[in-house]
Design a protein around this ligand. Structure first.
Ligand SMILES: [Zn+2]
Length: 291
């Protein structure tokens, strides 16, 4: 393993490189400093690759991209309060976050494939997120990651995976891991599941020996949230991780049935709660995949 440091102003980060040559796969985590399950997974991957030599190609792991945000356990860099994953490809003459974005964008230039590890709300399933309808390369990367489902991103610009795919034709995606509950908590079972998904990617490329162990994800469309304007008592009646039909009961709000409005895959469902006016999310689902 070779470790190198890159600095973007005061915010320096380390990259760990394994093997040499092509194909190169780059794994990043900690673009958002408080998404610790992704950072933990990247550290587990580094530990694994230290004792399992690559058969070919190379892997670059940047386990904590935004060190300043990580130290503060915040999503954004405290120096300028920018969301790093909205400003790629960055700007070498900009504020600290813009300089960091450009540095990371340049560090990942040679990668054929990029997987960026993030965390999302704690009630849902882990998933791959990408613009897989935009390129066969991206679709192939997504299919090599052994997680249950892959969601189509809204494609908001400024995200590393979106810009790498569109500007540099790289196969890039995110893995979203639901967080454990409590500030700083790490979701260990999902971190292990994510590590297995990454190892299957390396096996599928001949970078690590052996056959793939898991299955490709089911390709789904874009996430849609259902909210309610009503305050009240919510009791869920459906099961996350299942297909739901229009007209099926999602749950009860103040004793009234709430029905699904279209068919799709239920990614996340709010547990029983008294809902206040300003926190009225009920469930998140995704329709069938895009072509
Ligand atoms: Zn994130």
């Amino acid at each position: 393993m070779r470790v190198s440091s890159a600095a973007a102003g005061k915010n320096a980060y380390s990259a760990c490189d394994f093997g040499s040559g092509h194909p190169q796969i780059c794994i990043t985590a900690g673009i958002h400093g408080d998404e610790v399950s992704g950072i933990y997974t990247a550290q587990r991957l580094i530990a694994y690759l230290r004792i399992h030599p690559l058969l070919r190609g190379s892997v670059r792991v940047i386990p904590i991209v935004n060190q300043a945000a990580y130290a503060a356990q915040s999503r954004r860099d405290p120096a300028d309060n920018e969301d790093l994953n909205r400003i790629f490809p960055g700007d070498p003459g900009g504020s600290p976050s813009f300089r960091l974005a450009r540095s990371v964008y340049d560090e990942t230039e040679d990668a054929a494939m990029m997987v960026d590890l993030h965390c999302c709300g704690g009630h849902g399933l882990p998933y791959v997120l990408s613009v897989y309808s935009e390129s066969d390369n991206i679709r192939s990367l997504v299919s090599s990651l052994s997680l249950p489902v892959a969601i189509h991103s809204q494609g908001t610009g400024g995200q590393l995976f979106v810009e790498a795919g569109r500007r540099r034709n790289q196969a890039a995606c995110i893995i979203e891991l639901p967080s454990a509950f409590g500030r700083g908590a790490i979701n260990l079972p999902l971190a292990e599941q994510c590590l297995d998904a990454l190892l299957d990617l390396f096996r599928s490329q001949g970078i690590l020996p052996g056959e793939r162990q898991g299955k490709p994800p089911v390709l789904l469309g874009k996430l849609q949230d259902r909210e309610t304007p009503q305050q009240g008592f919510w009791l869920p009646k459906a099961q996350k991780g299942t297909w739901v039909d229009r007209g099926m009961a999602a749950g009860e709000l103040n004793g009234e049935r709430i029905y699904f409005e279209s068919e799709g895959f239920l990614m996340s469902l709010r547990p029983a709660a008294f809902l206040l006016d300003d926190e009225n999310w009920l469930y998140t689902f995704a329709p069938k995949g895009l072509r």
